[in-house]
Every structure is written in structure tokens, then in C-alpha cells.
Design a protein around this ligand. Sequence first.
Ligand SMILES: [Zn+2]
Length: 265
Amino acid sequence: MSLTMTNPAIILPTKSIGTLLPSSPSNNQQQKLPSSSSSTMLFHSQQQPLFVTSISPEVFSKICEYLTPIDIFKLSRVCKQYRNFLCTLSPISQNIWRTSRMKFLPYTKLPPPQGMDEKKYIKMLIYDKSCEFCGNSDPRSSKLYWEFRVRCCDECLLKRTKTFEDLKEPGEIPVEVIETLPCVWIRGGAFAVPVHRYYWIDDIKSTTKEYYSLLKGKDRKNWLLKRKEHHKKYMAEVSQYYLEDQKQWNEMYKKHRDFNLNIKY
Ligand SMILES: [Zn+2]
């Protein structure tokens, strides 16, 4: 599935992050500021943003080193300026999220999968366990599908995927093309069929379009060879993330069990 990434460019403030912030705080806010304008606190006691007068992106990053990923998500919602600063693919923004993840999420050892930014990675892992399509917030109903880089519920998955059999029968897409697409194998559960390969519809559309835009013969053959190679690497990476999930679960389970044993004895 091709991920739509936001524009990687971020325009950093020329001198300080203060230039990213509203330049004219209300009178009320001005009254609440300490007399010394050199203060660089981010919040006042009522948890509203304090308009920092002289804070460089480097200092802002340094402050963020003490914040958990959840704090950074909250910070990114404080105002448009913070969001613009934190929610980009700029190296400084990515570094803020990465540092926080490494420091506060000890179970998350792997870097984001190829094509995914740090914020989306952390969001999928810990911050938002609801279905990213329908918003179903029951964490038990949604699952991470690393193959498609999404977290979604069964219902949304079924709406956005097709089985191998669905694709093969009309014969519109050559089988060798289907086999270069990421897929999930699903067994039982909420699904009517015991085991099937499910393919993401958007992936099918974009890949089919690409295939038919090539000339028959050598072009398609070379394209398929490259796709096969890419698919092998992609699925190997996907396996790593599932293994990591399992490892995390085992570690957390062990920790929980040890904690309960300590209470008991
Ligand atoms: Zn859903």
C-alpha cells in the first residue's frame, strides 16, 4: 500500500520557535506572563500555552527530551504552531519523536517500517488503538496489520480488502502481479472463511494501473522481477514487526506475572 506522506519540508523559524507562535497574545495572557520575559516555560499553571518569547528549535527539542510520546501528542494539540512544528517529516521533528520513543517505550526497539514516520508509528503502537477508518475505540476490536500499515477493525478490513479468489476469478489481474502485493492470511474468527489471503484494494488498484501502463513483454517482465524482489524484502520486514509485537507481549506478560507473584508472597 502506498502511504501518502505529508510534505517533508518544514520551515524552521529563522531565530527562535517564538516566531512560530502567535505574536500577539491576548491582554489576559500577557497579564499572566511573569515579569521577566526571558522565561521559557511552555505552560503556566492553568495548562494553557505560555507564549515563549525566545526559544530556539534546539531548546524546544531539548525540552521534549523529557516528555513521553503521549505528552508530545498533547503538546502538538496545544496550538497550530506546535502542531506545525511537531507533525512534519523534518529531521528535527522526527528526532523529537524518536528520542521520546526510545526513552519511554522500552518495548519498541525497531525503527518505523519503511515509508512510515515516527509519529504515525507511535500513534499506531500506543497512542490510538481505535480503528483508523471508523473510529471504533474498543481496543479489542482493532488490530495492527503491518502488511498494510494500518490499525483497523474486522469490518473495515473486509470493506477494504479482496481475497485472492476474488481477484483471480475475473482474470483481470495476472496471478503473478497479485502475488507481488502484501497480503494477510486470516483464519476463522469473525470471518466466514477458514483461511484466505486478503489484499488491500488501494494496493490492487495502483499496482494494476502501473502494470498495464507498461508495454507488453520485456518491460512487464523486468517490472515483475523488481516487484518480486521488493515483495520479498517487504514481507520479511513485516515479519520482524509481528515478532517484535510478540516479544513485547511476552515481556509485558512476564512483568505482570512477576508483579502479581511479588504481591502474593
Ligand atoms: Zn473500523
